[in-house]
Design a protein around this ligand. Structure first.
Ligand SMILES: [Zn+2]
Length: 148
């Protein structure tokens, strides 16, 4: 499993879009932080009620599997949804071209905006994701949340 910095780089590079089926991916950390932000989930029902992580959670996949000699190198790693990742191992699959749709960030900007307010709830791993996403040039979305 590539480390968080590598995974963040691959997800940002692929615009949080599955390279096998083209579905938009959701970062697990953003779902978690939205639960703290709005436990009633009123504002987010349309997006989050269907447990997007179950099929559309953001993972990183080895094009050539590790047990077939694939390495944790950037050109062997792609953004992949949970559904495609779990159906893996059935021969070669076609890779979609890299998405160029920068308007979708997997919820990174929401995570970066809300995380400072919920720091007490963040795990070590969450904090590593924060740093990694910032390093990849992701920015917070202050306008949507109107925070200071
Ligand atoms: Zn997929």
């Amino acid at each position: 499993m590539p480390n968080i910095n590598t995974r963040a780089h691959v997800l940002v590079r692929d615009c949080f879009t599955c390279r096998y089926c083209g579905t938009r991916l959701y970062l697990a950390q953003v779902i978690k932080i939205l639960d703290y932000y709005n436990p009633e989930r009123k504002q987010w029902d349309a997006h989050w009620k269907a447990e997007p992580l179950r099929s559309n959670g953001a993972t990183v996949d080895h094009i050539i599997p590790e047990d077939e000699g694939g390495y944790d190198m950037l050109d062997n790693l792609v953004a992949c949804c949970v559904a495609c990742n779990s159906s893996k191992g059935k021969g070669q699959r076609n890779l979609l071209p890299q998405s160029l749709d920068k308007s979708w960030d997997g919820g990174s900007s929401i995570f970066l905006t809300l995380a400072p307010s919920y720091r007490i709830h963040l795990s070590k791993e969450d904090k590593k994701w924060l740093k990694a996403l910032e390093k990849e040039g992701m920015t917070s979305d202050k306008e949507t949340f109107n925070q200071e």
